[in-house]
Ligand binder design. Sequence first.
Ligand code: SF4
Length: 460
Amino acid sequence: MQQIEIDKKYIEEVYNLNKNCDYLKYTIMTMGCQLNENDSEKISGMLEEMNYKYTDNFEDADLIVFNTCCVRENAEEKLFGKIGEVKNLKENKNVILAIGGCMMQEKNMVEKIKKSYPYVDIVFGTHTIHKLPEDIFRVLSERNKVRDIIDIDGDIYEGMPIKRNSSYKASVTIMYGCNNFCSYCIVPYVRGRERSRDPERILEEIRMLAKEGYKEITLLGQNVNSYKGDDKIKNFAELLDEVCKIDGIEFVNFISPHPKDFTDDVIEVIAKNPKVTRIIHLPLQSGSTKVLKEMNRKYTKEQFIERANKIKKMCPDVVFSTDIIVGYAGETEEDFEDTLDVVRQINFEQIYMFIYSIREGTVGAKREDQVPEDIKHARFDRLKELYESRVDENNEKYIGTCQKILIEGLSKNNPNTYTGRTNTNKVVIFDKDGDYKPGDIINCKITEAHKWYLKGEKVN
Ligand code: SF4
């Protein structure tokens, strides 16, 4: 029997154990990136097929899942705080507690849970999510604790149930793992080596989503543009092109690309396909060639700028977003100035800024020349100040332009206005002059620019 059939058999087994209980509820706390969000959607899909219904209230839940991330240090504190908080639910109500995700691929974390939080029922890793039904079955029928983690790279499992969080935008994971071993990053150790999904399976999934009314697709991968297909659809550029041909899909994003794999054929596909959103994420990490080499990023400051300029030349309507790590080990004032220089030159519209934190097990953690915390924080503030000083100017450029807007729904703070996003991910607010549902697309003329949103009016 194939693994996916075994998994489905356990879904059925748990359903049979649960079928006479009408009110079984689950909740999921998801940490980290969009890949984890997508994993949580798959976990929800399995749980719903086992007769659990979602609640956002921990107190109401019969089963609580923590889907963890280990990219940043503060995630650990957050997780352990939360597991401590739910101890009383375990004691009073005997909820099932399951912890999975990247952090559970770290041996010391699993040991800590075993020792300090023995009431946790299930610990599962990134490669064994599909076995959660079997783990739950064992807890329900045998009252055993389950530790279900493997170190080897997991296979790709197609056909798992999924319950999506949105009715109009969907993430589709196209590849798993990473081969790059950037020296600050724990991901290759916990997510394994790169494995790409079959292109036809991906396209089939997106065609189904289009039929169900989805308008926006985000292709996901730790290193999305190193995707490898088959003889027919060979690489990321060809896959992106095929996704854009699917009727009904109007916005196509991808995250997170690596600058070294941002080849000319990918840029050509973006240039000819207006469906590809006009905000390109190009993670810089540092502007210093010396630091980039130490980070094992495989491009220089000049090569990064050349790539961004080439994208801008071939697709003049795109803007950029980026990730920057401030205070990596050995970063000098001069190195940091190089980062500010690239920020000035490229004029990123969005910057996700992070203060470097040591991740045990990585090359960066072993370095003795760590930057003192106060210097890291001062540099972070300077970068933030530079970024924010550009926001007004960048937003004002939109005034008078006509933008295609994907509607998200009525504004939370004012039910007389709708909120939507441009294809550069800018929030746009416009007056309610008709009935729209999330996922509808309209054209808006931008009339005002504010710090964190634009105002517009509908045009035909
Ligand atoms: S490309 Fe680098 S930063 Fe991104 S997941 Fe791989 S190792 Fe981590």
